[in-house]
Design a protein around this ligand. Sequence first.
Ligand code: SF4
Length: 756
Amino acid sequence: MSQLHYRTCHLCETMCGIEVEYEGEQILAIRGDKNDVLSKGNICPKATGLQDIHNCPDRLKKPVRRVRKDPAAKSHDDTWEELEWDEALEYASGELARIQAQNGMDSVGSYAGRSTAHNVGLLLATQPTRDILGSRNIFTGSTVDQMPHNFVWYHMFGHQFLCTIPDINRTDYYLMLGTNPKVSNGAQMATGANAYKKLNEIRERGGKCVLLDPRRTESVKYMDEHHFITPHTDSLFLIGVIKTIFEKGLDTLGRMDGHVKGLDTVKAAMQDFDLNDISKATGIKRDDIERIAVEFASAKSAVCYGRTGVSMVDFAGITQWLMQVLNTVTGNMDEVGGMTFPLPAIDSLDMSRSSWDRYRSRVSGRPEFSDEFPLIVLGEEILTPGEGQIKALLGFGGNMVLSMADGNKSEEALNALEFFVAVDPYRNETTRFADIILPPCGPFEKSHYDVFYHLYDTINWAKFSPKLFDTPESKWTDWEIFTELLGRFATKREKNPIKKGLISLAHKTVRNFISAEFVVDMALRFGPYGKKLNPFNRSGLSVKKLIDNPHGIYLGEHKYTFPERLFTEDKKIDLAPQLIIDDLPRLKASRIDGGVHNEHAPEFDLRIISKLTNRTLGWMHHSRRLIKGKNPCELMIHPEDAKSRGIEADSLVKVTSRVGEIQMPVVITDEIMPGVVCMPHLWGHNRKNTKMGVANANPGVSMNDLTDVQYHDKLTGNAIVNGVPVKVEVLTENADLVEVHEDAAHEDESVEEFIV
Ligand code: SF4
């Protein structure tokens, strides 16, 4: 007889509640949980793919070690052997310790991919991993799509995770850039997967929604206005809006008056830009810029929000800063209907550090940000000989070959490593370079709590998801793997026998007494809504209390938090951080005066941008029900650009950038603006020696074979994925087209009901 289990979908920051119907160890259906306090039954198709991951025959259940054909070099003809866990952990920890002892602390680097933030065990292990490795060579996937947000929050508010959340439930004017909530389901702006309903509600209550994007996206039908905007010029549009507000005397700090410094510096900086120049560069009429400025400043409440689309471009740091400037100078910072701040049940601001430029990367001198370097320098840090060169890597929660700029460069670097430990459930495009893969158990075999993503909440709430299955052959959680790996590594590395004994004792204590659930329980108990250790405090939160409330507990709307919650020493918002002000001349030179803008070879005359679909994330291409049917890797191109290149509806094209080329079919459409082309990213499952049958059968091509680590936002170091210069040509005869399976062999799979 079937039973029901309630948990949070961990696949993205939207954190939807799901209802899992199961019998024995078989999952029968996944639906939205109508009683979930946040999402109220809304989910997207991706949640249904979780059962495919649970059942996937390619998911590794035991550690596997590379067996080299040629002892001197890795090859894609190498084979893999299964190991018992003890032997695998001894081998991995021993090699990491040996390499660090021989080459110094920085010789062992670590890379945490994006899914780390969605995984309680990995997330809780991240800081201990950094502390125990003691290496400066720390990298995360956040410098692909997210880091400019954190950079600005740190420099303006004093903490990299003091996340601004648009008060979508109460705002009267919503200005959006570089976001597609219909497909993302809201992400940071609307946890709970009903973003499009919330957009409709803004308009139903007399408000207005405006979207800027080089593509007429799926979200446009929920807007009052959409404007095409030239890639890399969102910052100029925002300068035009802010300048207009200042010139018309519409600015106000509202409740933040007395808690802001740098206003005069911002006003002066805006004077360097001319609205006619801005209009020409952005492609948006001057009248529209001025009208939007007046509407925004005059609305009872308003909020400007931009997501990864404007973090993966040049001038991303300036763009993210200008959005917060706009919200602040119109009285909408920490205000109802503007930008607000959640107070999560686990207040992870106190559990994480923020810093800037305490040291620099060895090869190109990039500043450190909160203990890490941007991923664009990982390749050079592996490939450039010298003291501090990365010889070994501990990688987890990511697939950098497909997600990071210049996949070919990532492959070259990974192949050059002396030793690579991957903690991952799959042998994918990245982990195929590993010497050993340590696979954590599946998503239903471990508990879950969103330690990080409650910082993105649109309401305050909490929910704990206990594990559903206890599967004997697949039982090591990410937390347990890291506890063992790091404990053994630190013990082996230590030479002093007394210290060695103490480290070993600490390792055994953590192993025996401290689980991820214990850490979550303590953080809940001593958090803002916590039970503490008081057995009579029935309303206080603990893991048990949350388990007893499987649909979550509502903790209230956002309240005013500034200036108390600011982490700046003077408790003021820094509206004009000097290093951001100093980057403005680069923007003007590039986009207005035609300087850096023209540094790319003239034949690269189009700009390519990325898109996602609501059926897939990069790590969900193992799901048969999600990737069935026609592969979405087609190049969207405007009719004028197609015509001038002789491209027709059934053409195959070659897309070339400075670093690589790919081939694919086209879609000719005016949904994309002239001069811009668009394709999905995170595809390209056609690499050898991977073990991902479903993804391999429907591989697509990787956009990151075109992106370029040399082309990045100089201020933040974030990779540029959107707006990369490319050339598009019709394929000539004998072209070596990457095989794209338009009809994946999964016709019989049915997609479960996904919207309640
Ligand atoms: S939007 Fe989709 S992937 Fe994201 S949490 Fe909700 S169901 Fe999961």
